[in-house]
Design a protein around this ligand. Structure first.
Ligand SMILES: [Zn+2]
Length: 327
């Protein structure tokens, strides 16, 4: 009898530990940001991003007055109050809707960014249906490029202003990576071993955009510091005087602040965070569960039919779906 009770207790303990462990694995600690996470979308940021072009140094998401430029938990969102943590998306599934006023070229860029996730990671962006309580809503308000970090619960916005945020695919991938649960690369806790932050060149009041994450609050998932991460600021981010704000202490190949797409280590980090299993084929990671083109096609059709207005020709998606021309 004692033995049975002991067995029962042990299995109970194991299941409690399982729950505790899996819970802690799923959580993303944001406590060090405090109330700075919260704010309101700003037309001033929108105006700055509106005038951004590819020829100027830096990226449009570095023009925001939000936390670290583009991290924003709008006040009045699903989970109001002080958020100290968010979480990962269960099974790597991120339901989405597109409600922004995007033209065909911009829709094409969005599709390419999502396809890049599907080709390289096991994250799955699936059109939201009525059963999805938590989802991202891709919008296009004139407030710049921004997202919250991780899954908040309920509807959460990823904003991509039409002029500025949909010029390079890397900006779209960057904001979706925030929504997936990642913060900025240059603020990793060990970054001082790799880069020097030139405080004297940073715009007044923007120094805290370069604050390091406190030890133990973030994880690089076994990857080393990545100068070429799509989550790294450009070397002139938030400069007050045209001089660099970040200089590397080590040699690296590529460009700091690139927005051409995922770096190799970005892919590695996502796949580790979401415990994707990888293969060693030359084409890289193959998702275990592929979303059928049938389900994407039907879902996107439903979503796109809700987009108003569309000032463009019908958009032919690679899965054969043709977006309705509303105007
Ligand atoms: Zn960002």
């Amino acid at each position: 009898m004692d033995f049975l009770i002991s067995m029962l207790f042990t299995s109970l303990l194991v299941s409690i530990l399982d729950v505790t462990t899996s819970k802690s694995i799923e959580q993303i600690d944001l406590s060090h940001y405090g109330p700075r996470l919260f704010g309101n979308p700003s037309k001033d940021v929108g105006a700055a991003v509106e005038h951004w072009n590819e020829n100027q140094s830096g990226n449009p998401e570095e023009l925001g007055s939000y936390l670290e430029g583009d991290i924003l938990f709008p006040r009045g969102n699903a989970r109001n109050g002080l958020i100290t943590e968010t979480s990962r998306w269960p099974n790597g599934v991120i339901p989405f809707e597109i409600v922004g006023d995007f033209d065909a070229r911009q829709m094409d860029l969005l599709e390419k960014a999502i396809n890049s996730y599907h080709d390289n990671t096991c994250l799955k962006f699936v059109p939201k249906d009525t059963t999805n309580k938590d989802y991202i809503s891709i919008q296009s308000s004139d407030s710049g490029c921004w997202s919250s970090v991780g899954r908040i619960g309920g509807r959460q916005v990823v904003n991509l202003q039409r002029n500025g945020c949909l010029t390079t695919i890397g900006t779209v991938i960057h904001e979706l990576m925030h929504a997936s649960g990642f913060t900025h690369e240059q603020n990793r806790e060990e970054r001082d071993d790799f880069v020097k932050i030139l405080q004297q060149n940073i715009k007044a009041d923007y120094a805290n955009n370069f604050e390091k994450a406190p030890a133990g609050t973030t994880s690089g998932f076994g990857t080393t510091y990545d100068f070429t991460s799509v989550m790294h600021y450009s070397d002139h981010a938030f400069s007050s005087n045209g001089q660099p704000t970040i200089v590397s202490k080590k040699q690296f190949d590529g460009k700091m602040g690139q927005r051409d797409g995922f770096s190799k280590m970005d892919i590695e980090k996502i796949n580790k965070m979401y415990k994707c299993s990888s293969t060693t084929t030359s084409s890289g990671y193959k998702p275990q569960v592929s979303v059928s083109s049938q389900s994407i096609s039907g879902g996107i059709e439903d979503i796109l039919s809700m987009i108003i207005p569309i000032h463009d020709k019908p958009h032919q998606m690679s899965n054969g779906y043709k977006k309705k021309s509303i105007l």
